[in-house]
Structure formats: structure tokens, C-alpha cells
Design a protein around this ligand. Sequence first.
Ligand code: NAD
Length: 292
Amino acid sequence: EQKVVLITGCSSGIGLSLAVHLASNLSKAYKVYATMRNLDKKQRLMESVRGLHKDTMAILQMDVTDQQSILDAKRNITEGRIDILVCNAGVGLMGPLEAQSLDAIHAVLDVNLMGTLRTIQTFLPDMKRKRHGRILVTGSMGGLQGLPFNEVYCASKFAVEGACESLAILLQHFNIHVSLIECGPVNTDFLMNLKRTEPSEEALEVDPHTRSLYDQFLQHCQTVFQNAAQDTDDIIQVYMEAIEAQTPFLRYYTNRALLPMSSLKLTSMDGSQYIRAMSKLIFSAPDTDPQI
Ligand code: NAD
């Protein structure tokens, strides 16, 4: 029997790659419901599967910020069940906190946190009743450690960690496994899609010191993406490890190189070592505070 998988955010990036990978399984082990907020963007996914997968993939509209669209998607699942739920939809937000509108902040929380909760809430009762299911979530190193100029994104991803860890404790009693696939930088549209305050923006009314630190941060980001970004294929491999495991872990890390930084939070519980190390890593260029 095919495993029924529903994935959110499949118009690009990790969601698209995972949908294509599962739908291309030679023994047709998976039936993938590739969902996306805007069906006008389904072309890329359609081209990636070249129409070969009529019995392994269906595309559905689903906006994780719209409860009704989640319910509509659920109703359109002909098998009447989901074996594997993949909460992947997410957006970023970058810039000095004081330069961000409350609307922009709310929008990120609505997709990353509320969207994940809404999706899980909708499919959880059926999984519990069947005493069977997997919930996989695209997590982020930004959900495990703070990053400057990413306060809201990190808050949303930390919150998802809390929700998943909490659920994992309960759901083992229902034979439901929750796994976070913790990603470092990945080559996707994510950076292009995220709302970023441009340092040149007229409206960016922040002090010159913040502005110059933000410039340094953007430089750092660019370097990190150039040197360390993974391809979605690497992420999909880790996803498959979790999907194929008998008893999957709560957390999988796609990029082990990023772990030492994260572990500083454990070796120095007061937070000082992590803050110092991250600050040094990002802002090691000479401080250009114009006031000094
Ligand atoms: P992406 O921008 O290509 O994909 C995100 C997808 O989510 C897009 O298809 C977008 O349309 C969709 N989405 C946004 N709002 C939505 C909504 N309201 N309803 C449904 N779908 C919505 O980038 P990606 O890198 O593939 O991102 C996937 C996940 O990976 C995100 O949760 C992101 O936080 C996480 N992640 C990405 C990186 C990275 O560097 N790219 C690093 C760590 C974690």
C-alpha cells in the first residue's frame, strides 16, 4: 500500500524537491500531495515531474495561514488518510527589529509558527485515531540558536522546536513520530523570498552603528551561503533517513559543521560563550561604528 504524504510549500525549494523525489520512487511507494499556497506557481513542480507521476502525485492548493484552505486540502485526499505530514512552508524576515512593521512580524509568525500548528492540528486527530503517523518539519539552525537581525525568524523557529518537542513526548503513546530536519543554509529561493530590510532603504531609520553592523551581517550571510550552502538533494537525503527509519529521532541535522556552535549553548548554559563566539564569527571585521 502506498504511503500517503502531504507536503506544504511545494512551489519551490525543499518542498518541491522532496515532492519530486518521493513521487519518482520507482516502486511507487508514495502518493504525494504536493500543496502550495498559489497554484499559479505549480509550473516549476510540473516541469520537474514531467507529467510522469499521475498515480504518485497530486497538487493541491493550501495556504497554511488559511484554516479553510487546509480543511479543503484535507477533504481532497482521496485515500482519506495521511501517513506522513511534512510541514515545510516557511518565510524569513531580516533586518533590525526596530525597522520592522508589526504586520511583517505577524506575517512571519503566522506562516512559520501558526501555519505549522494549524496544519498539525488539522491532521493530528486522524493520526491519533489510527495510532499511526509521521510528522516531519523543516527546522532551521535559526530554531536552535539566535542570529542577529533574524529575531523574528528565530523566534518563530524556536517556537516550532518547542511545539515539536512537546508533541513528541505525547505522541509516542500514539505511535506517531515527530522529526525536525534541522537545516543550515540551503540553496533555494528562501533568501530571495524573505522580506529583507535593505540597508539603503530610506525608511530604515536606525542608528548608524546598527546600520554598519547590519552591513557586516549581510556580508557574512553572503559568504556563508557561498561557502556552506547545501543543495536541496542533500536535505532530501536526510529527509529520507527520517522517513525510512523504524523509530525516527526527534532531530536530524543536515550539516554537521554547524553543530559545534550549537553545542556551545550546552557547555556554557549562561549563554555567554555562544554570544561571544557568534558575535566574533559575524562581526569580526573591524567595528566601523562611526561614533568611535
Ligand atoms: P523557499 O522559499 O523556496 O520555500 C518556502 C516555501 O514555502 C515556498 O514555496 C513558499 O511559497 C511557501 N510558503 C510561504 N508562505 C506560505 C503559506 N502561507 N502557505 C503555504 N506555503 C507557503 O525556501 P526553502 O529553503 O525551500 O524553505 C523551506 C523551509 O526550509 C522553510 O520552513 C525555511 O524556514 C526552512 N529553512 C530554509 C533554509 C535555507 O537556507 N533555505 C535554512 C533553514 C531552514
